[in-house]
Design a protein around this ligand. Structure first.
Ligand code: NAD
Ligand code: ZN
Length: 243
């Protein structure tokens, strides 16, 4: 399936962990997924900051180590090239659930990191003055605590039990208002956020496309088209991009 991108003016793309699979970063769900759903939701829950902050670091810290060597793959590069190829009258928003920063590393510019970034650390105490800072230490041996207030430090990501910050949610809604092409790639299509965002896109009259290794279960009727396979193979071909 080929898509002529010049026909679209408001392009919105949502990516999930599947886009980074070919970079050697495991997805949690799906084929070769690392964890059972209930396990990550328990271990990665915001409540662990209160009772067992080390569990948060044991779950997300290894990603910091993996990212010392992991590189963007053809899926990241194809999306970056797609954005570069657009004219000035075309809007492009890349919404990602990934916290790995690989889209930006590949050259993508207009990226909304829905779930934050693993590359930064902040204080778990919302009233603390400590500024969020770049940190690539995995903190696997001991959960670090804040030098200002001694509360636990945490990665700057949205944990289970937390919601996406309002300012990001607003940017996402705005991008979808006039959306005429919406793609969800490498993410479960029947659960939040893909299931939610595709409804807005569909309502705006967009062409809605789902690209993933596993089919949507249950199928989500708001996606008009589904292409099953590897994002790193489908995307360059779909947009005629030679990398
Ligand atoms: P998810 O529910 O979005 O599922 C990942 C999907 O990717 C699965 O449906 C699987 O079929 C698909 N997939 C696997 N390999 C693929 C490929 N090569 N091409 C296309 N699709 C492929 O994500 P999740 O794994 O359940 O993770 C939940 C959350 O945890 C994410 O939203 C994210 O916030 C975080 N997470 C981030 C990273 C990362 O930043 N790289 C990795 C894992 C999890
Ligand atoms: Zn603090």
């Amino acid at each position: 399936m080929k898509i002529d991108i010049s026909q679209y003016k408001h392009i919105v793309i949502l990516t999930g962990a599947g886009v980074s699979a070919a970079s050697g970063l495991h997805t949690y769900r799906g084929q070769n997924g690392l964890w059972e759903k209930y396990e990550i939701e328990e271990q990665g829950h915001v409540d662990r900051l209160t009772d067992h902050p080390e569990k948060i670091w044991q779950l997300f810290g290894p990603l910091r180590n993996e990212l010392e060597t992991a590189q963007p793959n053809a899926a990241h590069y194809a999306l970056a090239e797609l954005e570069k190829s657009l004219g000035t009258s075309q809007a492009f928003t890349l919404i990602t659930q990934n916290i790995d920063g690989l889209h930006q590393q590949a050259g993508s510019k207009n990226v909304i990191e829905l779930h934050g970034t693993i590359h930064q650390t902040k204080c778990a105490n919302p009233d603390c003055d400590l500024k969020t800072y770049p940190d690539n230490n995995a903190h696997l041996n001991k959960a670090p605590s804040c030098p200002e207030c001694s509360h636990p430090l945490r990665p700057d990501i949205v944990l289970f039990g937390e919601i996406v910050p309002d300012n990001k949610d607003l940017l996402v809604r705005l991008s979808l208002r006039q959306c005429d092409l919406f793609l969800a790639i490498g993410t479960s299509g029947s659960v939040y956020p893909a299931a939610h965002l595709v409804r807005f896109a569909d309502y705006a009259g967009a062409r809605t496309i789902y690209i993933n290794l596993d089919p949507m279960l249950p199928p989500n009727a708001a996606f008009a088209e589904e292409y099953l396979g590897k994002a790193e193979e489908i995307l360059p071909d779909m947009f005629g991009i030679t990398l």
